[in-house]
Write a protein that binds this ligand. Structure first.
Ligand SMILES: C[S@@+](CC[C@H](N)C(=O)[O-])C[C@H]1O[C@@H](n2cnc3c(N)ncnc32)[C@H](O)[C@@H]1O
Length: 294
């Protein structure tokens, strides 16, 4: 007979049929305001809207019915005076993100996931954007699944702005990491339907289920967008958190990296972008990818 493990004061080594009810019935979880949602039926996106990038703000996504998207992967604008950034105050900026994330909640299916790649910014003082975004997501009713640290220290061009060099006078941390905050709507689990297959290998699953990911950033100049993420980032999230034929949304599509990852992994995409030139660039990259695939 298999011996089941239980939550213990000293931790457990291998978890076999682990019974964690003691932990989840503890006082720590008692007052958590967890929004219990009735499971909703999934809806289909109209075929003419699938695999498209819409040229308007993602604060409203009228092309997408409620409960129609399986995974959202994005990296929001940073509001740090990049070419595309508006000069918003912190509260205006957070309010824009909140509107987009609220709309994301509406369009996600029950059990759908949302992954937000974001870095903290500034030094005087440091602005912990992750803290604000986590707060917004929890208030909207999302369930947090975890947090991935993207270690990008292997990239060239790490900042030399270390403050008072070799002195405790005012040394400054040089962030060589970003975050990927991961949430679910309503339910942690998704049902695996007939036309929905997993595509992840055993080796990748073992590696990517660890919360620190190491790969380089990508050159903005090479892609032609001021802040693209590397293809590896949406590819890992898409394979880890979605099934084939699912719909992947990026509400801040930029140069289209999430769309390329979705197509390469046999998923569909939908996206939003307010800058026409970036949409042109994204569509160019999408067509190039399609030509290599079909
Ligand atoms: C950090 S970039 C995303 C880069 C993208 N991940 C890539 O790999 O190219 C954010 C993008 O959001 C766009 N954007 C800013 N505000 C927007 C809004 N309200 N709705 C849709 N897109 C917006 C910007 O033009 C910019 O291209």
């Amino acid at each position: 007979m298999t011996k089941h493990t239980q939550t213990s004061s000293f931790g457990v080594g291998a978890r076999i049929g682990h019974n964690s009810s003691k932990f989840y019935n503890s006082k720590l979880y008692e007052n958590l305001d967890i929004k219990k949602e009735k499971k909703q039926n999934d809806n289909e996106i109209m075929p003419q809207h699938l695999n498209n990038i819409f040229c308007h703000s993602s604060e409203k996504m009228p092309e997408l019915p409620d409960n129609s998207v399986h995974l959202m992967v994005t990296s929001p604008p940073y509001n740090v005076n990049k070419d595309y950034d508006e000069n918003l105050s912190l509260s205006e900026y957070l309010s824009l993100l909140e509107d987009v994330l609220k709309e994301t909640y509406r369009v996600l299916v029950s059990g759908g996931r949302a992954c937000i790649n974001i870095a903290n910014i500034g030094r005087k003082p440091y602005i912990p954007l992750t803290m604000y975004v986590n707060q917004i997501m929890l208030e909207l009713g999302f369930l947090m699944r975890g947090e991935i640290i993207w270690d990008k220290s292997a990239s060239s061009g790490v900042s030399l702005a270390w403050g008072s060099f070799k002195s405790a006078s005012n040394p400054v941390l040089r962030d060589t990491h970003e975050y990927i905050l991961v949430f679910s709507k309503g339910d942690f689990k998704r049902e695996k339907k007939q036309n929905k297959q997993d595509s992840i290998s055993k080796e990748n699953f073992m590696e990517w289920s660890k919360s620190i990911w190491r790969f380089s950033a990508v050159s903005a100049k090479k892609i032609g967008h001021p802040a693209p993420f590397p293809l590896e980032l949406p590819k890992r999230l898409i394979e880890f958190y979605s099934f084939e034929n699912d719909v992947i949304l990026d509400p801040f599509m930029g140069s289209g990296t999430s769309a390329l990852a979705a197509l390469q992994l046999k998923r569909n995409f939908v996206g939003y972008e307010i800058n026409k030139d970036y949409i042109k660039l994204a569509n160019y990259r999408i067509n190039e990818t399609k030509n290599t695939l079909f």
